[in-house]
Design a binder for this molecule. Structure first.
Ligand code: HPA
Ligand code: ZN
Length: 335
């Protein structure tokens, strides 16, 4: 965990964080012990040594394996509480938290266990930390879209406290258009729409996410840069892209942070914001992402504030909460 004072980085909105990706090795160990689950690691150091990846799939293999320690609603609540505590230190004032229902249901965990556990902790974020929060259910691209449809129907029937849906997991060879019906149903039920696209997949998947799924925000989107026409459209329409610099380096989307296209994306006028993705796995929470890009690119406090304003403006909060958060960013800038 970072020891930096939070005021080096701006107050911000975290819009791209997978709650299951906040499971630190120590927590995995504790939860496994609590539920007498045998993990395929010798000890915590052995587990920690596996946190190095070749690509998205090599990460996902470990990410899904480690989730087996999540069994009871209390497990989900404890994971979420631990995240909120760390996020508050990172300066997160609003979070739109992703979770992967199918990854748990496929292991025999009930959907209500997952949702109730996460939400019971999330419901305390305002009182405990002054942090507004909401929940987004992500569907897995590498599972049958019919299963995603069934899970969405269950979420709707149980009136789950989710504000929207997303799309994640392995990207290559799983084009967004496979999920058209699911997104259409979510939309007609008033849910907000986001999707991972252009993380490892081609720029055309970003286009499909916009035109077929009709998403309001694109997660990652960095591969859009290969397509100047798409970039021009993203700039013109000010489509939000949630960029995760440390994730892109960890999963080798870019060789080093210094080669990350973030400065070029800012220069192009894209509406980008900075997020942590799977902070326990990729080397840090949102504050660490900010300090890392500040260190490498020498961004000014005004540029960091602009990234934070973009995050706030890309979120699904009310106009009054947006004004409050802009005020917090202005105060940080004046410090
Ligand atoms: N990419 C795609 N799917 C994911 C990720 C990611 O970084 N993290 C959790 N699910
Ligand atoms: Zn992600």
């Amino acid at each position: 965990m970072s020891e930096r004072p939070a005021n080096l980085t701006p107050p911000t909105a975290e819009l791209h964080v997978h709650i299951e990706g906040t499971l630190e090795p120590e927590t995995i160990w504790e939860l496994a012990t609590r539920s007498s689950i045998e993990l395929p690691y010798e000890d915590i150091d052995d587990l920690r040594s596996r946190y190095r990846f070749e690509d998205l799939q090599s990460f996902l293999d470990l990410y899904y394996q480690n989730m087996q320690v999540l069994v009871t609603a209390q497990d989900f609540a404890d994971m979420t509480s631990a995240y909120l505590q760390r996020a508050a230190v990172a300066g997160v004032k609003h979070v739109e938290l992703f979770f992967d229902p199918q990854a748990h249901m496929a292991r025999g965990v009930e959907l209500t266990t997952v949702v109730d556990g996460i939400f019971s902790a999330l419901a305390e974020s305002t009182e405990r930390y002054g942090m507004s929060s909401s929940l987004i259910a992500c569907f897995m691209r590498d599972r049958d879209p019919a299963e995603a449809m069934h899970v969405l129907q269950q979420l709707l029937e149980m009136e789950a406290p989710v504000i929207g849906i997303g799309l994640d997991s392995a990207e290559r060879d799983y084009p967004p258009r496979l999920f058209e019906e699911i997104f259409a149903l979510a939309r007609s039920n008033g849910l907000r729409l986001v999707a991972h696209a252009g993380e490892e997949g081609p720029a055309d998947y970003v286009r499909q996410a916009l035109d077929v799924l009709r998403v309001e925000r694109v997660d990652h989107g960095v591969q859009s840069l290969a397509d100047p026409e798409l970039v021009a459209r993203l700039v013109r329409e000010q489509i939000p892209l949630t960029v995760c610099p440390l994730s892109n380096v960890a999963l080798r989307g870019v060789p080093t942070l210094a080669e990350h296209p973030l400065p070029a994306m800012l220069e192009a006028g894209l509406k980008i914001s900075v997020h942590s993705d799977d902070p326990a796995y990729f080397g840090g929470y949102v504050d660490t992402n900010y300090t890392a890009i500040q260190g490498v690119f020498g961004l000014s406090r005004e540029q960091l504030a602009q990234l934070a304003r973009n995050a706030v403006d890309s979120s699904f909060i009310s106009p009054s909460r947006t004004r409050e958060l802009h005020g917090e960013i202005d105060r940080w800038l004046a410090e």
